[in-house]
Design a protein around this ligand. Structure first.
Ligand code: T5A
Length: 214
């Protein structure tokens, strides 16, 4: 059995993560690799329930720290009950967002202490870091226009945030990519989808196990 890989997709709303995640899963599937496509927050029945709590625009306020704890509560369920078992079976896990999203949204966007985020990451997924992160980067105005065209008036708690918030999130993501260039690959997501997919294949090809190629 060949070893699985853990691939994550990151970026602001409307960057194309879900679209590209499906493309990645399909591309890997062409080489008969076992693939698990998943997302955060969510990815298991209980974690999906936490997702509903954290995304809904309810009456009760949710502080930035509470939001962070809920993200990691969902992540703990996801890692324990889905990601680690899949990797142990040799599957390639393709995950739409992971801890970099907490670093960018709760850390850079909301100002939650980086030390708290890293302590929670170390507790929830010690020894688990994505092999490869595809950071789909594009101007905030373009991402929000795409996301809003799709969701219309039904925006969730994050989609209802200001442009200034998403500028901070985007800057946080780009800072992560500068810090970890071997893992985090920046892809221009404002390009036509076919061009984005071409760049993604270029990056994935470097991860290939023996016998797998573009
Ligand atoms: N969150 C999450 C945190 O704050 N902290 C955390 O730790 C985690 C894990 C939910 C929210 O939770 C927050 C961040 C989020 O606000 P989510 O479900 O991933 O996370 O929500 P969104 O980012 O809102 O997902 P979206 O569906 O809006 O964005 P995607 O997945 O990036 O975009 P996608 O693929 O749905 O594409 C959007 C539209 O653009 C088109 C697609 O066809 C679609 O219509 N599109 C393109 N059009 C032109 N050119 C391209 N290259 C295109 N690529 C896609």
């Amino acid at each position: 059995m060949s070893a699985g890989r853990f691939i994550t997709l990151e970026g602001i709303e409307g960057a194309g993560k879900s679209t590209v995640a499906k493309f990645v899963a399909g591309w890997l599937g062409r080489y008969a690799l076992p693939v698990r496509l998943t997302r955060e927050p969510g990815g298991t029945p209980l974690a999906e329930r936490v997702r509903q709590i954290v995304l809904e625009r309810g009456a009760e306020p949710l502080s930035a720290v509470t939001e962070t704890l809920l993200m990691f509560a969902a992540r703990a369920l996801h890692v324990q009950n889905a990601i680690r078992p899949a990797l142990a079976r040799g599957e390639w896990v393709v995950c739409d967002r992971f801890t970099d999203a907490t670093r960018a949204y709760q850390g850079s966007g909301r100002g939650v202490d980086e030390a708290l985020i890293e302590a929670l990451a170390a507790a929830v997924h010690p020894d688990l870091t994505p092999h490869c992160t595809l950071l789909l980067d594009l101007p905030v105005s373009v991402g929000l226009a795409r996301a809003r065209a799709r969701t219309g008036a039904g925006a969730d708690r994050f989609e209802a945030e200001t442009v200034g918030f998403f500028e901070k999130v985007r800057a946080g993501y780009l800072a992560l990519a500068r810090r970890e260039p071997q893992r985090v690959h920046v892809i221009d997501a404002s390009a036509p989808l076919i061009e984005v997919e071409r760049r993604v294949v270029e990056v994935l090809a470097r991860l290939q196990p023996q016998g797998v190629g573009p």
